[in-house]
Design a protein around this ligand. Structure first.
Ligand code: FAD
Length: 353
């Protein structure tokens, strides 16, 4: 038995390491010249601890359950030297402060009223309550270094600059080679359905913008998440020693469903990347006036992909789908720390293989 993992993002690397640990010869095929260069780098860098999903208990609970393990396993990549504030908006929020507190208690996540000094940074007319929570960030560059080292130690071959075009039973075909494979794991996130032979997965794609800023000095050790609706987050982005600035209304620039447009990477390549940071900061400063002094640096754009079924509850379960009649599995990562749910599913596959 041997396995091929398609895609060298965080999920693909972790899947390959897990298969190796289980004694399965495995190699990774990666279309670019680098690991963790796509969604695994361009994201909010939040090690989710559940708070972000008060409307999807399952997603919140899985993050709450998985994050301690991620933090233990990737300690050097985890940044915990900041205070994370969650603020609940008075009008148009889908949760009240009371509901949010109850929810945090239900998932056994730490929560307490923010210090007076921090509360005073927010506009009391618009913000009902501010809480201090325990939720960290990760440094994607360090994460990549850790994974590269482990892959090297395990001598797992990585075929860079090779794009998988299709698979047929027992074979993976790239633009350069053909590889025999008993098991195939497609970990290409937004590009999952681009590989010919993949059964439709009912995905929703969004072109998203992560603006990177220098926040005012008082906020340098602070993360802010304003909930739950068309609001914003300002989080440390450790890989560039900046803060990411995202806004539920302005971060998604365009969206489409599976089959409505051609390849997501192609859509992104063609997209005119005009930053919406001015809109983001103007709205955010209504809730937290100090943010108006954030200095814009640059933006990253990436395609964000979720399952269509989660549009209503904002949930982010993993997708782990077997290709009918084949030993080929499509994996859509959800949150970085939900990788452990994927590894469990792989163990179940191996038991029956
Ligand atoms: C805007 C945004 C914000 C997010 N915020 C967070 C957050 O704060 N916290 C969190 O935990 N999660 C967050 N996520 C989700 C998280 O980033 C993803 O779930 C995770 O990075 C997916 O990892 P992956 O390895 O599956 O995909 P990727 O990192 O995208 O890796 C896929 C890899 O497949 C390769 N590939 C594609 N097609 C082919 C092909 N045909 N042949 C060979 N290789 C191919 C690509 O080059 C790429 O390297 C966010 C995502 C986005 C987009």
């Amino acid at each position: 038995m041997n396995a091929i993992v398609i895609g060298g993002g965080f999920y693909g690397c972790m899947v390959a390491l897990h298969l190796h640990e289980k004694g399965i010869p495995v190699s990774i095929i990666e279309a670019s010249d680098n690991l963790l260069s796509r969604a695994s780098y361009v994201n909010q860098a939040r090690v989710h601890n559940g708070y972000h999903y008060p409307r999807s208990f399952n997603t919140a609970y899985r993050s709450r359950f998985n994050s301690p393990r991620f933090i233990r396993e990737f300690k050097p990549a985890v940044v915990d030297n900041f205070t994370h504030l969650y603020a609940i908006v008075r009008a148009r929020s889908k949760v009240t402060a009371k509901q949010f507190t109850t929810f945090a208690h239900n998932i056994e996540a730490k929560i307490k009223p923010a210090r007076k000094l921090h509360q005073e940074w927010f506009n009391p007319r618009l913000i009902e309550s501010v809480f201090e929570v325990e939720e960290f960030a990760f440094d994607a560059t360090i994460l990549k270094e850790i994974l590269l080292e482990r892959l090297g130690e395990d001598k797992i071959p990585i075929h860079y600059n090779e794009k998988v075009l299709r698979f047929t039973e027992g074979k993976v075909i790239t633009d350069k080679n053909e590889y025999p494979a008993t098991l195939v794991f497609n970990c290409t996130y937004s590009a999952l359905e681009d590989i010919a032979g993949t059964a439709p997965l009912k995905l929703k794609h969004e072109i998203t913008e992560i603006a990177l800023v220098k926040v005012p000095p008082l906020l340098s050790q602070i993360g802010i998440t304003v909930m739950d609706g068309p609001f914003f987050s300002v989080m440390p982005f450790p890989a560039e020693s900046l803060h990411s600035f995202t806004h539920v209304r302005y971060t998604p620039h365009a969206s489409w469903k599976s089959g409505e447009r051609a390849t997501p990477y192609g859509q992104l390549d063609e997209y005119q990347r005009q930053s919406r940071f001015p809109f983001m900061v103007r709205d955010a400063a209504r809730f937290m006036p100090m943010l108006k002094d954030s200095e814009y640096q640059h933006s990253h754009f990436e395609v964000k992909t979720v399952m269509q079924t989660n549009e209503v509850d904002d949930g982010r379960p993993i997708l782990f789908q077997q290709q009918p009649g084949q030993s080929v599995y499509s994996i859509l990562g959800s949150k970085i720390d939900n990788i452990y749910d994927v590894l469990e599913r792989i163990d179940a596959v191996l038991v029956n293989a």
